[in-house]
Design a protein around this ligand. Structure first.
Ligand SMILES: Cc1ncc(C[n+]2csc(CCOP(=O)(O)OP(=O)(O)O)c2C)c(N)n1
Ligand SMILES: [Mg+2]
Length: 565
């Protein structure tokens, strides 16, 4: 119990929130202060929680979600009512979509006035507004319910399939006083908030039997597999079966990208030709063409390991569902797997090797070119080479072409070192994810950002400088969304920006170091120097404005008008 109340026989809602968070091992808040939570943020900080103040709630929310993904402890974002709450909602919905555990905790206005729409300051029925976008949404109306409210939010965020939870804290509940002993008794420490979900033994046998019949098996690792922190068992299963694997972008590094069994450089061939595909924590959403032709062979049979039973058969029939948490599932597989029981055919491995070789050669030619101005490949080759011996570095990545090229070119060697736009392909995660990653990991972060993508959260460079975080932001500046306009285009096209902007100068306003790189030698120098210094830095990386493709690699999703005017 905190000690600053004048009357030690009393406590209040503010103290109970802080005490409940501490009791449950939540030691960090990401937020924006204001009515009615300013004192909550201040109290949390004075009581030993780390408080990171942002410039916009969306970035604070993205930070909380990233922290949740990296630690399996829900990240908590604190906001003011109505507009602050709504600013955090994209992050909350994104957390739910990506299955990241986070809690958006917002103060709210006077319920009696809000419910009669009588016009309170920042009036909004926040709990009901949050519901469609959250895994769960709760409201605490009385101080004695704060302990239960926080416990429910933690359980909902991390149990089963993780997601975003909204917790509404009314100003009345925060400021109300309560007998200290009653308050203390109202708090609870959650027990086993993410209980293991052990798959049925027959599900494991069915899956192993199916894989045992495969000639051309393939494993696809999703970010659920990365979240599960079952790294050793996943690697053991992949290596002991010899099955080729493909990582989704945030599963890169679960096994190193240069692992001989990686089929990443023959992705379409591997998916198209496989006869049995095992999905581990990967959903058959648009990122995998919903499991449909032409990418997929409609005759292929699937094993799906997922914590959510309703994920099964979501897009195509699953022959061998394995419902359980991935850590328990992988342990169960290893416990019954017999040596030699699953064995990809030599012809399959040979065909994959040939395709890989061909694609690697094609990519090598692109990567070795050194055009002026730089294109995506040449700039990313520099990033790859500089990072090659810096395995500590975490990557955050968003944009269109900047995302697509970086995902393919930058190899990852360790799990959970890469965070990106994810399931929604959302722009704006950049600075929030980078800040949380730096805080949680204590390691350097390189944020590889399209110039448009950067704009969505660029205001947080002040936050990065204020907390002196070891974040290097690379702005891939091609003067626009996908591409830049031809010089002199008026009015500017819907995708064009001011040409040749100097993003590096922005960070200097806050004491960070800016670099401007127009060619590969200078980019190498700038990135080496920025990482060696370990200070906030921004490198304005000049990219040929004609180098990008509209919509990057997902042009097929971009509808075009049928008639030209
Ligand atoms: C929140 C949000 N708004 C808009 C979009 C649409 N969008 C997709 S990629 C992108 C930006 C691409 O440009 P940039 O980041 O500069 O990458 P480039 O292709 O130029 O490398 C935008 C605006 C989105 N994905 N998310
Ligand atoms: Mg761009």
């Amino acid at each position: 119990m905190s000690e600053e109340s004048a009357d030690s026989t009393l406590t209040d809602g503010f103290h109970l929130v802080v005490d409940a968070l501490k009791l449950n091992g939540i030691d960090t808040l990401y937020g924006v202060a204001g009515i009615p939570v300013t004192d909550l943020a201040r109290l949390a900080q004075s009581e030993g929680l780390r408080y990171f103040g942002f410039r916009h709630e969306q970035s604070a929310g993205f930070a909380a979600a990233a922290a949740g993904f990296l630690t399996q402890v829900p990240g908590v974002c604190l906001t003011v009512s109505a507009p602050g709450f709504l600013n955090g909602m994209v992050a909350l919905a994104n957390a739910t979509t990506n299955c990241f555990p986070m809690i958006l905790m917002s103060g709210s206005s006077n319920r009696a006035i809000v419910d009669l729409e009588q016009g309170d300051y920042e009036e909004l029925d926040q709990m009901n507004a949050a519901k469609p976008f959250a895994k769960a949404a709760y409201r605490v109306n009385r101080p004695e319910d704060i302990g239960i409210g926080i416990a429910r939010a933690i359980h909902a965020a991390v149990s089963g399939r993780p997601g975003g939870v909204y917790l509404d804290l009314t100003a009345a509940a925060l400021s109300a006083t309560l007998d200290a002993e009653t308050g203390r008794k109202s708090l609870l420490k959650v027990v086993d908030p993410a209980p293991r979900q052990i798959p049925a033994p027959e599900a494991i046998t069915r899956a192993i039997d199916l894989l045992g019949n495969a000639k051309r098996p393939l494993i696809i690792l999703g970010k659920g597999a990365a979240y599960a922190q079952a790294d050793q068992d996943i690697r053991r299963f992949v290596e002991s079966t010899g099955i080729p694997f493909l990582p989704m972008s945030m599963a890169k590094g679960l096994l190193p990208d240069n692992h001989p069994q990686s089929a990443a450089t023959a992705r379409s061939f591997a998916i198209g030709q496989a006869d049995i595909v095992m999905l581990i924590g990967a959903r058959l959403n648009w990122l995998l063409s919903n499991g449909r032709a032409p990418l997929w062979d409609e005759g292929a049979q699937l094993v799906q390991v997922d914590i959510s039973p309703i994920e099964i058969d979501s897009n195509r029939p699953i022959a061998a569902p394995v419902v359980g948490d991935i850590k328990s599932a992988m342990a169960a597989f290893l416990a019954v797997l017999k040596p030699g029981q699953i064995r990809p055919s030599a012809a399959w491995l040979e065909a994959l090797a040939q395709h890989k070789q061909k694609n690697i050669q094609r990519m090598a030619a692109q990567l070795s070119a050194d055009p002026h101005p730089m294109n995506f490949s040449s700039a990313l080759r520099v990033v790859r080479d500089v990072l090659a011996d810096k395995r500590d570095v975490h990557i955050v990545n968003e944009g269109a072409n900047t995302l697509d090229f970086a995902r393919n070119i930058i190899d990852m060697h360790e799990p959970r070192r890469r965070l990106d736009s994810g399931t929604w392909g959302v722009m704006g995660i950049g600075m929030g994810y980078a800040i949380a990653t730096a805080i949680v990991s204590g390691k350097p972060v390189v944020a590889i950002e399209g110039d448009s993508a950067f704009g969505f959260s660029g205001r947080e460079i002040e936050t990065i400088c204020r907390y002196k975080l070891p974040i290097v932001i690379l702005v891939f500046n091609n003067n626009g969304i996908y591409r830049g306009d031809k010089p002199g285009t008026t009015p500017p096209s819907p995708t064009g920006f001011i040409p040749n902007a100097r993003y590096d100068r922005l960070i200097e306003a806050f004491g960070g170091v800016g670099y401007h790189a127009e060619d590969t030698p200078n980019l190498t120098k700038a990135l080496e120097a920025a990482l060696a210094a370990g200070h906030p830095a921004l490198i304005n990386c000049v990219i040929d404005p004609t180098a990008g493709t509209e919509s990057g690699h997902i042009q097929s999703l971009n509808p075009k008008r049928a008639l030209r005017s």
